[in-house]
Design a protein around this ligand. Sequence first.
Ligand code: SF4
Ligand code: SF4
Length: 411
Amino acid sequence: MTAEFPDIALQQLEKCARCGKCRSVCPVFDVVKDEAFVARGRILLADALRKNQISASNEIAAIMAACLMCRRCSGICPSGVEFTEVLKAARSQIAKEVGLPAGASFFFRHVLPYRRRFNSVIRIAALGQRLAPARRKGNLRHLPLLFKGGKWLPPLAKISALEAYSKPARVENARLRVGIFVGCLINYVYPDFIDATIQLLRRAQIQTIIPEQQLCCGTPAVALGDVEAARMLARRNQEHFREAGCDYVITLCASCGTMLKREYPQLLDSSENPFGVPMLDLSEFLVRHVKLDYGRLQDSVTYHDPCHLRWGQGVIAEPRKLLSDVCHFQETPGEMYCCALGGAFSLTFPDFSEAIAQKKLQSLDALSVREVVSACPGCILQLNDLFARSGSDKKAVHLIQILARSIKTLT
Ligand code: SF4
Ligand code: SF4
């Protein structure tokens, strides 16, 4: 008897020509050098899993978990294999056979869909942060993570973005209504990004709409193979944004953006845009729909491509154009390394993550710039952890922070 993989995953299995080109770009294979840890090897294992030729052992589960879901392999694959479709099917099968990691199912069903419960969990976590007050570059050392990778993470915000900014002031004669999908990391760690976006769009006569009941996009559930939990979150978000009546929906999080653009149509079984209006990354929206005078900054910056923006959405030129317009922008020389956060990847596989991240750090060290701009809160968190641990004087910031600074020079 064979396991049921969705058609889209079966099509990818059939398309793979076993050429091995994916080995040349995979950040995990680059450090592990083991065929099982690249798309081609995992495709063979997933096919064997599907045919019940192998079982969902801990070893197979770990191999499937040790993927960053960066989509670089899909970007280079000559046969057009969307490897993440195979990976999601394999992870879902493993979750069915051996269950989700402890507590994950409860969290996805009983915390993530309820904003107040999620807020309460975050408040408890914030209290925990205060028990570990060692500071370096504004980062707090997290007790639970101290023993597993020892990451330096930023403090949780006292007030979340949804609590602080879900009722933006009315813009008179607004020419557009733009919904902002906030995402968990920005909501609880970087709420200032949302404030800066509201202020910037207000200058362009754009009314921002931030539905207060919006939820997690569901990326963690998809990543762990809990498709039903992800579908439930997608449905709720679809309802909230459709009710809000926007002309566009934008996000400042590359991972949320990939989820909304690429996973929601599948989860919601919809060929049309699930929100009924175009869904864009902030940089895409600004370049295509906003004409603003920006001030010129003296700062020199480089840009870190979030995998989920470059390979997940094909958004490459827009952030670079905006940065070139407002400051001295330099490309990072050499390879475009991944930051190696990958959701839970950096916690589950700290050694792999560290080896990949060190390559990123070395490529950035070759530049004299102080700021590394990105368009994903996850990359920013990971890069700042990396800088803090290495003693680097560099800082990772979001594109919106640079644009907000540029606008300030005009006032
Ligand atoms: S590059 Fe594509 S076709 Fe070639 S082995 Fe990798 S997934 Fe298969
Ligand atoms: S998604 Fe990224 S980490 Fe996973 S196999 Fe492809 S290139 Fe490697």
